[in-house]
Design a protein around this ligand. Structure first.
Ligand code: AKG
Length: 288
């Protein structure tokens, strides 16, 4: 935490701060705001390509599970398959160099490659209450705990301005380094990622965070979440099911890897995961 008493996030700028400075703040606080991660052109292309899904997606989940209902939010729109829906997502977000740089540093010590955990629009509507604070690595409890290896990193891109009243993400800086992950955050330890459109909140899979309370009557907070997870764990989203093969084969090897169209080749002799006919996917599907 930047101050002993008041929770604060460091704010940097993609145009003026170095990758090393951004990573230093990320490591120290477990999260950092970076302005200008997306240019106006890219952000407007994303919003155009996703406009129909943003408009037509109904808030809330179809699940009857009350836990899912509460976590999702009753007036929050969520949808995935962003790589299918948006070229700007494929080319500018999925492979964003700042996020890839952080993921390389944090995840690569624990895996031969990582893939997309999920790319998800999280659009918080008027009246939505605050989501419970959680760690993204809660998905994989066997590898979550103080001092455990890091298995996931995330970025929340702001496609619209993130204001406190509009439900900007709540974050507990420093909570990634607590020695007790059962501990609840105190009010003064929680801050919000207030940031202009085009910014990104980079955060560790072990930092406490959650969607904010939207107290407005007319503002939808447009968040685009992208996370990666080590290649030997099951991601939240079935990335390759959401992307047609005809499109996948036109992408770069890195995009294919991130979207689940390449196998995971581990360090152990002959260890390969996520194969078809025990071959890598492009080989089995005769792409090359
Ligand atoms: O919407 C947000 O700001 C965060 C949401 C979140 O962390 C989640 O749904 O996992």
């Amino acid at each position: 935490m930047a101050s002993a008493d008041i929770a604060m996030l460091t704010t940097m700028d993609a145009n003026t701060h170095t990758a090393a400075q951004i990573f230093e703040a990320f490591q120290r606080d477990g999260a950092v705001i970076v302005h200008n991660m997306l240019s106006d052109d890219v952000r407007s292309q994303l919003r155009n390509e996703l406009a129909e899904s943003m408009r037509d997606t109904r808030p809330g989940t179809k699940s009857s599970d009350t836990g899912v209902q509460e976590f999702w939010g009753s007036n929050t729109k969520r949808f995935t398959r962003l790589a299918m829906r948006s070229k700007a997502f494929r080319d500018n977000v999925l492979v964003h160099p700042i996020l890839l740089g952080v993921a390389d540093a944090v995840l690569r010590p624990h895996c031969a490659s990582y893939w997309m955990n999920t790319g998800q629009m999280m659009i918080i509507g008027p009246g939505e209450k605050a989501q419970w604070l959680h760690r993204d690595a809660d998905n994989w409890p066997l590898v979550l705990g103080p001092g455990e290896r890091q298995v996931t990193v995330s970025c929340m891109f702001a496609l619209s301005d993130f204001s406190a009243e509009g439900g900007a993400t709540r974050v507990v800086p420093g909570s990634h380094a607590w020695d007790n992950f059962e501990r609840k955050a105190l009010d003064h330890e929680i801050t919000q990622a207030v940031m202009p459109a085009g910014s990104g909140l980079l955060y560790s899979g072990t930092v406490l965070h959650g969607g904010g309370n939207n107290t407005t009557t007319d503002t939808w907070r447009e968040g685009m979440h992208l996370s990666y997870v080590v290649g030997w764990l099951t991601p939240e989203e079935a990335g390759c099911v959401g992307l047609p093969e005809e499109l996948a084969r036109t992408l770069t090897p890195l995009q294919q890897q991130l979207l689940g169209y390449r196998c995971y080749t581990g360090d152990a002799k002959a260890a390969r995961l996520w194969t078809i006919d025990y071959e890598d996917i492009p080989t089995a599907m005769n792409w090359e």
